[in-house]
Design a binder for this molecule. Structure first.
Ligand code: FE2
Ligand code: FE2
Length: 307
């Protein structure tokens, strides 16, 4: 089995902590990118996928923890678990707001729950090789997904066009707080995979599975939202094509198709390591200014002060 030759950039290492954020959604309009339901709903798919997906990360990583023989990595994984649990909860809290606006996501989230809980969930396997194989496979899938969560996090931190178009500031803060933590912890999943296995064939195979599943779930999610948006009727409701996505990427309100395609060979490169791309400094700078993260920090300080 070939091993990865990944060399992390040491200066990018940072102690990870979960920030106890909260958001209030009363003032966020249904189309929070004004006049652009397609962009709104393409990004809204995150609220459908992430609650179940990140809960699944946490569940898999709790099983991986006893196998970790490196103290620093164990600390990173514990920090990662705390951050992902908070992300999952924060996106989940957007769903009642969508429901209030006439967009009930339950039929779609039920499918996503099945995907993560049943298809990728624990299987009744005997302890030993088979159980370990399934755990390693899922650890590798998470590493591949985290390549994309960091990619999206980096993208949204720099997506100034969303600000220029008057996108809702609370939603942008949720996306950027989450995106910044994704950039901050971008090496953890890959380091865990490398520590427990690191086989190149497994990395390539699980990348293909993760990428195809994400594309499949995402385009279904966008179509679901467009078809069920109570304000869209007629041909507009059915409109959700690759061209719409491509054009929004060129306009800067969604990630560019070219940038997404270029990220594939990077992940599949033999010397890939997540610390080689994106900027921890940029992420940390956002977290120091994020209204939700700042409020969480102040609440934490006053709690400590009261104790
Ligand atoms: Fe996350
Ligand atoms: Fe993550």
């Amino acid at each position: 089995m070939s091993r990865t030759q990944a060399r992390p950039v040491e200066s990018e290492r940072i102690a990870l902590k979960a920030r106890n954020v909260s958001f209030s959604w009363e003032d966020t309009p249904l189309h929070w990118v004004p006049g652009d339901p397609f962009t709104t709903h393409t990004i809204n798919v995150l609220h459908l996928l992430l609650p179940a997906g990140e809960r699944w990360f946490v569940q898999v990583y709790k099983q991986a923890l006893p196998l970790i023989k490196d103290d620093r990595l164990r600390e990173d994984v514990i920090g990662f678990i705390g951050q992902e649990a908070m992300h999952s909860q924060s996106h989940d809290e957007v769903l009642p707001h969508l429901r209030e606006q006439g967009l009930d996501p339950t039929p779609y989230t039920a499918q996503v729950d099945w995907f993560f809980e049943k298809l990728l969930g624990d299987r009744t396997l005997p302890p030993g090789r088979a159980r370990r194989w399934w755990l390693l496979e899922r650890v590798a899938i998470i590493a591949a997904i985290e390549h994309y969560t960091a990619f999206l996090g980096d993208w949204v931190l720099g997506a100034a066009e969303l600000d220029r178009r008057g996108a809702d500031p609370t939603m942008l803060d949720l996306l950027r707080w989450h995106g910044a933590e994704e950039v901050e912890h971008r090496s953890v999943a890959f380091d865990l995979f490398t520590h427990l296995d690191g086989g190149y064939r497994r990395r390539a195979r699980t990348w293909a599975s993760a990428f195809s599943a994400l594309l499949f779930l995402w385009q279904r999610g966008v179509r679901f939202f467009m078809a069920n948006d109570p304000t869209l009727t007629g041909p507009e409701a059915a409109k959700a094509s690759f061209k719409d996505f491509y054009d929004r990427g060129r306009a800067g309100v969604l990630p560019g198709t070219g940038a997404m395609l270029r990220s594939i060979p990077r992940y599949l490169g033999r010397d890939y390591h997540p610390s080689h791309e994106f900027s921890t400094a940029q992420a940390v700078a956002y977290l120091a200014a994020s209204p939700a993260a700042l409020a969480a920090e102040q609440a934490e300080r006053s709690l400590k002060g009261a104790a």
